[in-house]
Structure formats: C-alpha cells, structure tokens
Design a protein. Structure first.
Lengths: 307, 334
C-alpha cells in the first residue's frame, strides 16, 4: 500500500494548500478592509484592557470606599472627584475601576458562552452529518425543538431553570441557545461534502471514516463556524445584559460585568443615567467590534468573492 | 401544499408536547417547587406535606404530566402564583395577548416600512456614502441592548417631544370590545382613545422595531445586490423598460424570498424583544407577564406563555413558508 499512502499524502497536501490559499487570500482582503481593521482594533484594545484590568484599575472594584457619600434617602451617589474620575456607584464603589474590571468578566461571558455553544454544536452537528440515519434524525428533532422558540426567550427560560443564578448559569443559558445554530451549520456543511470529490477520493483510498471526518470534512467546514463564532461573541454579551435586566443574571456583583452593571441599575436610570450609559456604551462598542469582524470575515471567506 | 401544511402542524403538536413535558418536569424538579411558591418560606412540614398530597405532587412526574395534559385540554393550565396571583394562567394570557399583538404589529410595520426601501436604496447606491452610512447604522442597531435603547427613548423623547413615557395601562375608561386599544376606539367611535393609544405605542414600537429593522434592512440590501447582478435585470434594462417597472417586476420580485423569510423569523422573535420593551414601558402585555413571571418564578404562567410563544413562532414561520408559493411560482409547481 505504499502507493496508496503516497497518493493519500498528495491529496492531503492538495487539501492543505487549497485551505491555506483560501485563508491566505481571505487574509489579504481583510488586511485591506478598513472595516475589519476598525473591528480588530476595537477587539484588540478590549482584550488587552480586560487582561490587564486588575492592574489598570486604580481601586478595588468591590471596595465600598465612598459609602459615606451615598445618601439613600436623597438618592445621592458619589460625584466625580479627584481619584475617582466617574464617581462612585450606588454602593460607594469606584465606578471607573468597576468599568475597567467589568471588561474581564464580559470577555469571560462572551468567550465562555461561545466556546460552550460551539463545542455542543460541533459534537451534535458532526454526529448528525457524519453518521446520518437515526442519529441524524434524533439530533435534528432536538435542534428543531430548540429552534421552535425565539432564541432570546429560550435563553430567558433556561436561565430561569436554575434556582441559584450565577455567572456560570448566565454563560450556560446564553451558550445552549447557540448550540442548534452551530449544529445546523456543521451538519449542513458535512452533508454537502459527503459526496464531494475529495471525500469520495479519500474513501476510495481506504481512509478510515473518523479520519475523513476530522481531517477532510471538519477543516472544510470551519469558515462558516469561525464567522458564526465571531457574531455570537457579540450577541452573547448583549443577551447576558438582558438576563441581568430581567433579574436572571448573576446576583453577586462584587466582581462586575458590563451586562450586569447595566441590568442592575434599571431603577435609577432616570436619576443617574450615567451608571447605565457607561456600561451600555462599552457593550455597544465591543459588540460592534465583534460584528464588524464577523461580517468582514464572512465576506472574505466566501469563495464567491475570491479573486 | 395541503399535505405539507398538515405535516408541519403535526410536527408542531410534537414539538409542543416535548417542550411542555420538558418545562413541566423542570417546574416539578426545582428545589422548593410549587409548594414553596404557594406556601412561602414559613410553611410547616405538615402543611407542606398536606398540600403536596392535595396537589398530587407525590405521584411520578409522568403521571402528573398526563393529568396536567388532561386539565389543559379543558383550558385549565393552573393558577398564577406571581404575575396576578390567583388568576388562571389562561385568563392572564387571553387578557394580555392583544396588547402584545398590537405592539408587535406596529413594530414590524415600522421595521418593514423603513427597512425594505432603505435596503433597496442602499443596494442601488452600493459603496456610496448613503450605503455605508445605513450599513453602519444597521450594525449599531443590532449592537444596542434593546432595553437600554427603550430607556433612552423613554427619557429623551418623553422630555423632548412630550410623548407619553409609559405604555397604556389596563384601567382606562374607554369601552373595550376586542382588547386592542387602537381598534376599540375606532369601533366604538371613541377616536380620542385610539389617538391616545397610538401616542402611547410610538416609543415602545420604535424600540422594539430596531433589531428587526436592522436585520430586514441588511437582508434586503444583500438580496437586491444579488439580483441586480443577474442577466435578466441587464436584459430588462437594455430592452428599455422603465426603472419602476424593473424594480417591481424583476428586482423586488426575485429579491423577496429571503426578505419574507427574514420578516417571518423576526415577527416570530418579536416576543423576546417584547419581554424587555413591555417591561420598560410597563405595557400590560404577554411580554410583561413573562418578565414578571421570570422574576417571581411564576411557573404555571411561564409554562403556558412559553408554549403559546412556541405555537405563535412556528405558525408564523409556517405562514411564511406557505407564502413562498405566492411569491415564487417555481416553488408552486414542486
């Protein structure tokens, strides 16, 4: 079978160069796209700030250092002052530090939800698309049930299932909603490739089914998955905020998260709008950054646009 | 066509049964569960046990579920524990549904009326400043949390334009006929009530319309762009057809399919946005009931409303699928 092996390697090489050239040509186009660069810069800054935030923040975000300036009866909170550029929040904590540190949890919520949703969808979609038959029907019926509810409403319902909400239940609720989307994407891509030439060739050469799925079919399905993941990063952060707004978010606010900061101040929006506006603006900018990257990636990775 | 519709409806029944079983099991398995919800924290073990027996909660879940289905068949979905304690869940749904339909209707009309023409214009002027600006606007529209936008509109527009910042409350003294605030005024001749209701609907509908608008806009733009490149459009142009005729007969007709799909999906999904919008503007609709239900864990109400939301969502999408045949003759023959 020496000949077979060498042929298989040749096919592998071919597949790889084809993959690289699509990625390379996509990258070439992305580098020239101002929209992608704006998105990438936003997200770059966001990630750097969130990683460094514990050191960047001037104060401990959970320290109620300005509590003596909070007058509940008169609805007064600490104003901006030296050392506290944005003043304090309802509990006398330094608002600027909370905003900075909040970026970290926001990143964790976004990435965590996307990874869990992606993994679940990857497993289900690959199973359905690669095995087919009754596995496919089972998985797709499950997906149908999940898709028969508007996604945000499904996230609300899942979050309400947990008796004790926490950061983790928020991530889980947002993530589960994404599973059917990823699963459909993967399944569709697998089915489309089942009878494509490179898969037939690999099968004819006696490559094991598992190897075909993981080395030939999955890599070819990645571009829509990457695009979808980038877009999910944006929706996850927005949906987490909606969960907090409905009282389904993490009740422990010692370590802040933007969505939680925004959802928790709904009752004082009239009197202290800046407490909502700052986290909201941060969420909008970061969500926009991810969306800009996702949309330009979609265009760049679309083989139709290849030149 | 008929067979297709029937198959989809049978599927819907299956989905509703599975979903209701899941929801039902979840409600029963929760720590505390309905007994704690009804009796509160200070209940004695004896009274808890008595109520557990009385409600039949000591039986296996599947038995309880079939009993629940039996009661549900006669319209008994249980009694609210948090939204309107004591009221039947079905009553709450029926009372509140018209307000949500009304809000959703205005929201989707706004989204379509602005999104489709704007998407067409942007595609026609591809790459120009109008195109770029509206694309960026639509991307920002998706990035803004709905409830935050609702608060901003409520504060800014109610102060600046003098529009009412609260949604309509249930207890106005206009005659009620259908439950739709705007329609009732027209039917009873109380036109001021209709005007008042419309005024109250402006801000919430705009808030609810942003996301569907942004999505419809982008899909329309993309669909029109695809069609504009087609040979038949060039042919139509070269044989000298007028621009409006090309737009109507050749471009829009062919671009409509993805747009209609999106409109359907967005209409069905409006309820999730309504949960947030109705909460901000205190509109007494299904969305508000869901928001309160989630907050106070009112399981009977949540169960019914989530199932109803599923039915509405699936039926709307079925109607969209059926409308394909009207739009695209090629599908009819299949």
């Amino acid at each position: 079978m020496a000949l077979g092996v060498s042929k298989k390697e040749k096919i592998d090489d071919l597949a790889e160069t084809a993959g690289v050239s699509l990625a390379a040509s996509a990258w070439k186009r992305l580098k020239r796209s101002p929209v992608f660069i704006i998105g990438a810069v936003i997200i770059g800054i966001f990630i750097v700030v969130s990683l460094l935030s514990p050191w960047l923040a001037p104060h401990d975000p959970s320290d109620k250092m300005l509590i003596d300036q909070v007058v509940k009866a008169r609805n007064e909170i600490p104003p901006a002052q030296p050392g506290h550029p944005l003043g304090g929040d309802l509990q006398g904590r330094d608002f600027f530090s909370r905003l900075l540190v909040g970026s970290q949890q926001t990143l964790i919520v976004g990435v965590g939800a996307t990874l869990i949703g992606l993994t679940g969808g990857l497993i289900l979609g690959t199973l359905a698309g690669a095995i087919g038959g009754w596995v496919d029907s089972m998985v797709m019926r499950l997906v149908d049930v999940m898709l028969s509810l508007p996604s945000l409403l499904l996230a609300f319902s899942i979050a309400a299932m947990f008796a004790r909400p926490s950061q983790f239940t928020v991530i889980l609720a947002v993530a589960i909603v994404q599973i059917p989307v990823f699963a459909r994407l993967l399944r569709g891509s697998m089915l489309a490739q089942r009878h494509s030439d490179h898969v037939l060739a690999a099968t004819a050469l006696g490559v094991k089914k598992g190897a075909i799925v993981f080395r030939h079919m999955l890599p070819n399905s990645l571009s829509p998955v990457i695009v979808q993941s980038t877009l999910v990063l944006a929706t996850a952060i927005i949906e987490a905020a909606a969960l907090s707004f409905l009282g389904l978010g993490n009740p422990d606010d010692r370590i802040p998260e933007w969505g939680q900061m925004l959802g928790d101040v709904q009752n004082v929006f009239d009197t202290h709008p800046h407490l909502a506006a700052w986290p909201a603006v941060c969420i909008i900018i970061v969500a926009l950054g991810f969306t800009l990257m996702g949309e330009t990636l979609r265009e760049a990775l679309d083989p139709k646009n290849r030149r | 066509m008929l067979r297709y519709t029937i198959r989809r409806l049978v599927q819907l029944v299956g989905v509703v049964l599975v979903l209701s079983l899941l929801l039902f099991a979840w409600m029963r398995l929760l720590p505390g569960g309905p007994v704690s919800a009804l009796l509160g924290e200070r209940a004695t073990p004896e009274s808890r046990e008595a109520l557990t027996k009385q409600l039949g909660l000591d039986q296996p879940i599947i038995v309880q579920y079939f009993k629940f289905l039996g009661r549900a068949a006669s319209g008994d979905f249980g009694v609210s524990t948090g939204v309107q304690p004591g009221d039947s869940a079905l009553e709450i749904f029926l009372q509140r549904f018209p307000a949500t339909i009304e809000l959703s209707f205005f929201a989707i009309v706004i989204a379509i009326a602005i999104g489709v023409p704007l998407g067409y214009l942007a595609a026609k002027r591809r790459g120009g400043w109008f195109d770029n600006l509206s694309v960026i606007g639509s991307l920002i529209g998706v990035a803004v949390p709905v409830f935050f936008l609702a608060y901003v509109l409520k504060d800014a527009a109610s102060v600046g334009l003098g529009l009412p910042s609260q949604g309509r409350q249930g207890d106005i003294n206009a005659t009620r006929v259908t439950g739709f605030f705007t329609l009732d005024g027209i039917l009873t001749g109380e036109f001021d009530a209709t005007l008042d209701a419309l005024e109250h609907l402006i801000l919430p509908s705009i808030a609810l319309a942003t996301i569907p608008f942004a999505v419809i806009f982008r899909i329309t733009r993309a669909a029109v762009l695809d069609v504009l490149d087609e040979d038949f459009v060039r042919t139509a142009e070269s044989k000298g057809l007028t621009a409006p005729l090309i737009r109507r007969r050749h471009v829009m007709r062919n671009a409509m399919l993805p747009v209609v799909t999106t409109i359907g999906l967005q209409t069905g999904a409006l309820l999730s946005g309504a949960v947030l919008t109705e909460k901000v503007f205190s509109i007494p609709g299904v969305g508000q009931a869901l928001a309160i239900g989630f907050e106070r864990r009112d399981y009977p109400v949540l169960l019914l409303l989530i199932i109803m939301a599923t039915i509405v969502y699936v039926v709307v999408n079925l109607l969209v699928d059926l409308s394909y045949a009207l739009i695209d003759p090629r599908i009819r023959t299949r």
